[in-house]
Design a protein around this ligand. Structure first.
Ligand code: IMP
Length: 400
């Protein structure tokens, strides 16, 4: 019996995955992150206490689940240390947090490069989180990245640092940025080694053996399908694969072992950063949803863009992930709005699209085809059962 569970985002991130992962985290033996890094911002509120996690799996608050930062994640060890210390100060044990030795390290030159590249792109900027995510994945693909395991290989680490700085420093100079010496990067690497210490594991073997022995393993996605490097709104995407398929590559698990795929969607849509957003509401209703829903990025504090729910994109998410379940969050934010629209198609140059056209961009003239629903006046924040919801809210959900 394969007991795996997957939580992935079905929009542009910030769907409320952290909350769902926290709820399920108490029921599993392992929580595993498979992609991304500290560009994520998962907010979890436990007994009125707010936790914002960027790198640590959202399941970390459950002491009985082993938390693994998998091979496909990019790791900023300084952030890891900050998050571990913050949890420890609040009385949490963190002995159950581990990092795969294959994971790539985000180094200070990656963060400098991310910031510099964004600046250089000017009006074409991606709107990244400036956490060094893209440059770290670039180095991984270029085969000059530094992995967690390299920290423990004294014989070759300095040589690897020399090799990468020979590429990075001229690039940084070209961007008018400070350069890094090999001594300073080596010293940082040694600090990272000390921080990681005995948290370093072979996550791929451990996770596979756990699955094979019937343990419950949950894979925690960060970001979401529309930010996927291949299937998202390129180039306004992140640099990893936040889909159920991303688990296979990111952790080294067979597709046959990926079960119970749960997608999370808001009852409306938000997006942070640049890029196409067909259902965007640049108006009073959008402002209202943003205020009531407190739509500010958990990582960068940026105001999120707001739009109606987009079923064209959601169907695409369901298809690519092979969703078994769908969780809808934040429907309470939609109370007291007279009419609610849901996108069911796009019309572009007279042609109707019900499947997401991957070539659209911010310049495409898209007429969104909506289905309109009556709203509801009731405050539904304390409703805990489906039956107790107002009829109009049920109609809205059933249509989704
Ligand atoms: P990066 O991942 O920092 O390179 O940013 C690339 C794009 O992904 C930008 O538009 C970011 O705003 C977006 N992004 C990255 N992580 C998240 C997230 O956790 N939630 C929402 N958007 C994100």
């Amino acid at each position: 019996m394969v007991n795996t569970y997957v939580v992935v985002g079905t929009q542009w991130g910030d769907e409320g995955k952290g909350k769902i992962i926290d709820v399920l985290g108490g029921k599993v033996d392992y929580v595993v992150r498979f992609q991304g890094g500290n560009n994520a911002g998962h907010t979890v509120i436990v007994n009125g206490d707010k936790f914002i996690l960027h790198l640590l799996p959202s399941g970390v608050l459950h002491q009985n689940a082993q938390c693994i930062i998998g091979a496909g994640v990019v790791v900023d060890v300084a952030v890891l240390k900050e998050e571990l210390t913050a949890l420890e100060k609040r009385g949490f044990d963190t002995g159950h947090v581990f990092v795969d030795h294959r994971a790539h390290l985000i180094m200070p030159y990656h963060i400098a490069e991310d910031i510099a590249r964004e600046k250089a792109r000017g009006i074409y900027k991606i709107g990244t989180t400036k956490r060094g995510i893209g440059p770290t994945y670039m180095d991984k693909i270029s085969r000059v990245g530094i992995r967690v395991a390299d920290l423990f290989d004294g014989a070759t680490l300095l040589q690897k640092i020399e090799l990468i700085l020979a590429e990075k420093n001229p690039l940084l100079k070209q961007f008018d940025c400070d350069v890094f010496s090999k001594e300073e990067i080596y010293a940082i690497a040694m600090q990272y080694k000390a921080i990681l210490g005995n948290r370093v594991i072979d996550g791929t073997i451990i996770v596979n053996k756990a699955i094979d022995s019937g343990k419950k393993v949950m894979f925690e996605g960060a970001q979401a399908i529309m930010l996927d490097i291949d299937h998202g709104t390129y180039p306004y995407v992140t640099s990893s694969s936040p889909t159920a398929g991303g688990i296979c590559a990111g952790v080294g698990v067979s597709p046959a072992k990926i079960k119970n795929i749960l997608g999370v969607s808001k009852a409306y849509t938000t997006r942070v950063g640049e890029g196409v957003f067909p259902t965007e509401l640049d108006n009073e209703i959008g402002n209202r949803i943003g205020e009531v829903g407190y739509e500010f990025g958990a990582t960068t504090g940026r105001k999120r863009r707001i739009g109606w729910l987009d079923l064209v994109a959601l169907k695409y998410a369901a298809m690519i992930n092979g969703l078994d379940y769908l969780v809808i969050t934040k429907i309470d934010v939609l109370s007291k709005i007279e009419f609610l629209d849901i996108a069911i198609g796009y019309e572009i140059e007279g042609v109707t699209y019900e499947d997401y056209p991957s070539w659209i961009n911010q310049q495409t003239n898209i007429k969104v085809l909506y289905k309109r629903f009556n709203g509801w006046d009731e405050d539904i924040t304390s409703i805990r059962t489906y039956d107790a919801l107002p009829e109009n809210a049920k109609t809205y959900l059933e249509f989704i």
